[in-house]
Ligand binder design. Structure first.
Ligand code: SF4
Ligand code: SF4
Length: 350
């Protein structure tokens, strides 16, 4: 995934992780890369937010509990750590948590909307720089940005964070979610970001809430529009082609590398192979061992394929769906999400 790549050195973090996996005689390897939700709270109210369902259960773990999880991730062998949320700066104890993560030697990336970054926090980050910070641009104009976030004044705070981070020399990546409300401004955001010298990426697929609530989908573009966006990108990156090979029958629950090199820890300190899969959580609150995590992930990954149309679909190699999305979109592991089937058809047409 482009978002996990590091271009600071001679080898990308993704390539480094793949090299490491290739050297393991019998995966699962240790998770090289992790993400941790410091909180599910956020100061914005985005129309597409998939964390909305957590409104009723926003009890953060304590500072010492978070630091204990950071120690566990270090003991697992994690090198690359993303601190995310909600918004990580929504925690009043962000600084001691961040410093504990620094002491553990992680290469740190922060995901944020940026609107809580005041002068004090930016000076703190300049003194203790992360490997990178990624801010999401929800619009190029104030009207569009705040139509997405629902909070007056948020655009001004976002722009001031971008300026402040760049002024302090902190490596910044800008990204966007393509929504019905802001799709007409994505090109302008891209040009603005590149003009600032920042890396830019976007995600065009809005997902339902993690409990299956479909309300964010009112912001999802239809498959034809998403295919057009991607076609424009392919034309820009002349030479890039999508995978056109047909796929053998699916054998196991997971076909991707989720859980082998990655672990996601949610704000209640339950671990999952990726951000989109929340079944069968692994409890991180009791200082588990790496062997316990490996046994958990091996059992999960070795479960047989769930059956259904995706198992034998010849387009699976170019389809972004997986069991996690089947579950979110259809309520079953074996359901073929119609949106993804249509997206594959549109991409083939494009
Ligand atoms: S900034 Fe992120 S976490 Fe906050 S409301 Fe928007 S989508 Fe949700
Ligand atoms: S979602 Fe549709 S296109 Fe994708 S693998 Fe399943 S059946 Fe094939």
């Amino acid at each position: 995934m482009p978002g996990s790549e590091c271009h600071d050195g001679q080898i990308t973090s993704g390539a480094f992780a793949q090299d490491l996996l290739a050297q393991q005689e019998s995966p699962p390897a240790f998770p090289v890369s992790a993400s941790l939700d410091l909180t599910s709270s956020c100061n914005l109210e985005c129309r597409h937010c998939f964390l909305r369902y957590e409104e009723v259960n926003r009890q953060d773990r304590t500072t010492s509990e978070v630091i204990q999880v950071l120690d566990t991730l270090r003991d697992f062998g994690v090198l690359f750590l993303v601190l995310t949320g909600g918004d990580p700066f929504a925690r009043k104890d962000f600084k001691p948590i961040y410093l504990a993560a620094k002491r553990n030697g992680f290469f740190l990336t922060l995901f944020s909307n940026g609107t809580l970054l005041d002068e004090d926090l930016m000076a703190f980050l300049a003194n203790h720089p992360p490997r990178r910070i990624e801010l999401t641009a929800y619009g190029h104009t104030e009207a569009t940005y705040e139509a997405v976030t629902g909070i007056p004044g948020s655009y001004r705070r976002f722009r001031s964070a971008v300026d402040g981070l760049l002024r302090r020399g902190i490596l910044l990546r800008l990204k966007s979610m393509v929504l019905r409300t802001n799709a007409h401004e994505i090109e302008a955001i891209r040009e603005w970001a590149l003009g600032l010298g920042c890396d830019f990426r976007y995600d065009a697929i809005v997902h339902p809430c993690l409990d299956g609530d479909a309300s964010p989908l009112t912001e999802r573009l239809d498959p034809a529009a998403i295919a057009r966006f991607r076609q424009r990108d392919r034309e820009r990156l002349a030479g890039e082609t999508s995978d056109m090979t047909s796929t053998p029958r699916r054998q196991h629950l997971f076909e991707c590398g989720a859980g082998l090199l990655t672990v996601h820890v949610d704000s209640r300190h339950q671990a999952h192979p990726c951000m989109s899969w929340r079944r069968d959580p692994f409890d991180m609150t009791s200082k588990p061992t790496l062997a316990a995590w490996q046994a958990h992930i091996t059992e999960l990954r070795n479960r047989p394929a769930p059956g259904g149309a995706c198992d034998t679909c010849e387009d699976r190699s170019r389809c972004q769906s997986c069991v996690a999305y089947s579950l979110l979109e259809t309520g079953t592991l074996s359901g073929a999400p119609p949106f993804f089937c249509r997206l594959v058809e549109e991409e083939k047409r494009a």
